[in-house]
Design a protein around this ligand. Structure first.
Ligand code: FHN
Length: 449
């Protein structure tokens, strides 16, 4: 009798253990659906890479021990006095661009903190400027209705406890203590939530180096989600990121709520949230006379990204005096003007059903499909495959006329040359159902010829 009871008791314990493991396993790719939906609907955010390194015009983190000696780099903060910094201005620039959220490098690979952290002296409070940049930006975002997020680098080439140093994380530090560094990292990230939260998202980076493990990443993810359940955390918190493609391998094992393709537009994917991060110039941090993307390239990058069902995190690198370069502000304003006219084709939409390609891209919302035609066939109309839902109306949103011819297999669209928009001709299809139900299709080259 006793052995039977004992067996039943033990099997109950085993069942509870297995279930709880399964539950813990399941949490890793879990973000609050409402938080992810609201973030996806925003579609467009500002990335900001800034710190004392802007005094040199070289790349943040990477130039430490390369273009700038480690000794010199680590003393830059003593000269950092960006008196033109105005958080309200930065947030206004983001809003004028049509951006709905912002992510600031609170600590990059160089270890310098843009907030007066109580866990280190290497922070903005010990510069001539003293101002709590993170705090002022968080407050300005709240006041102007922009969601605030923080970038935090897992690798820290300055901190004595993190095992690797500059240049490029190649040098080993004599004395290091990774468990103690992990505590420092947890304390700082919790400090960011406690002092400036609730945050929209926490954007981790620098996860690729050996000292960081999947276990650290998954523990950190769970720790921060307990601190703020609505927080979104990118896939670079753990070890699943596949290089610059930014996609997650083994999502059930690697924590992270969204993928992070870098300096490229991610592939069409409605199954897993993703966000392309890209520079408006070439360098992440400010560089004098850096090459800046044209208006057409900036807007098309946004449309190709949202057409693939992704968000775009578009980066500026403010100058050492605290201003965002006027020419970058102007470029962002041009994006905002386009979004003022066509924002309803971007915000709150989903990518597809016509997948992005050489021709252009498309988005959809309820019974509307928006086509962004960027390259017309050399001759004849653009042929789009007849979607698996009736198209009840076709109209051009970007002015002029659109000539429509329907065949059994295709809807042929043609717009007179004078009515074609050099950035994107916008055409609206109305369907007799929810366009999101239409199976995504590719517009192949032969469709276009
Ligand atoms: O090394 C960083 C780089 O400086 C920059 O912060 C980008 C932004 O996504 N991330 C890393 C490179 O993948």
């Amino acid at each position: 009798m006793m052995s039977l009871l004992k067996r039943i008791f033990l099997s109950c314990i085993l069942l509870v253990f297995v279930t709880s493991c399964a539950t813990i396993e399941k949490d890793f790719s879990k973000a609050e659906p409402k938080a992810i939906k609201e973030w996806q609907d925003m579609r467009f955010g500002m990335f900001i890479h800034w710190g004392p390194v802007s005094l040199t015009g070289h790349e943040i983190g990477w130039s430490r021990g390369r273009e700038t000696s480690i000794e010199e780099y680590d003393q830059l903060y003593k000269k950092f006095n960006p008196t033109e910094f105005n958080a309200d201005e930065w947030v206004k620039t983001a809003k004028d661009a049509g951006m709905k959220y912002m992510v600031l490098t609170t600590k990059h690979h160089d270890g310098f903190c843009l907030w007066p952290s109580k866990y280190t002296d290497y922070h903005i409070g010990n510069t001539p400027f003293k101002c709590d940049v993170v705090g002022e930006l968080a407050a300005a975002c709240k006041q102007q209705g922009i969601q605030f997020g923080t970038y935090y680098s897992v690798c820290d080439w300055w901190h004595p406890d993190y095992p690797l140093g500059s240049p490029r994380g190649k040098s080993k530090k004599a004395e290091h203590n990774m468990p103690r560094y992990f505590e420092y990292l947890k304390n700082q990230t919790k400090e960011l939530i406690d002092n400036y939260g609730p945050l929209g998202l926490m954007w981790f980076d620098g996860e690729w180096e050996k000292p960081w493990t999947r276990e650290y990443g998954n523990e950190l993810y769970a720790f921060l989600k307990r601190a703020q359940p609505t927080l979104l955390i990118n896939n670079r918190v753990s070890k699943g990121r596949h290089g610059m493609a930014g996609t997650t391998k083994q999502a059930h094992l690697n924590a992270g709520d969204f993928d992070t393709p870098e300096q490229r537009i991610g592939g069409f994917n409605r199954e897993r949230s993703w966000e392309t991060c890209m520079t408006i110039c070439k360098q992440w941090a400010w560089k004098p006379k850096d090459k800046m993307k044209s208006k057409q390239e900036c807007i098309r990058t946004l449309l190709q990204t949202v057409g693939g069902d992704g968000n775009l995190l578009f980066n500026v690198g403010p100058m050492p005096d605290g201003r965002i370069e006027p020419r970058q502000v102007e470029r962002l304003k041009e994006m905002g003007q386009w979004l003022k006219q066509y924002g309803d084709t971007v915000y709150g939409t989903r990518g597809g059903p016509f997948k992005p390609g050489e021709w252009g891209a498309s988005t959809c919302k309820e019974n509307k499909i928006f086509l962004f035609v960027m390259n017309w066939p050399k001759e004849g109309p653009l042929r789009i495959p007849v979607p698996s839902m009736k198209v009840t109306n076709i109209a051009i949103k970007s002015g002029g006329t659109v000539n429509v011819n329907r065949t059994e297999k295709a809807i042929e669209l043609d717009v007179p040359a004078d009515d074609r928009n050099s950035i994107s001709t916008v055409i609206e299809l109305t369907t007799d159902g929810n366009a999101l139900q239409i199976k995504p299709v590719t517009i192949s080259k032969k469709d276009r010829e």
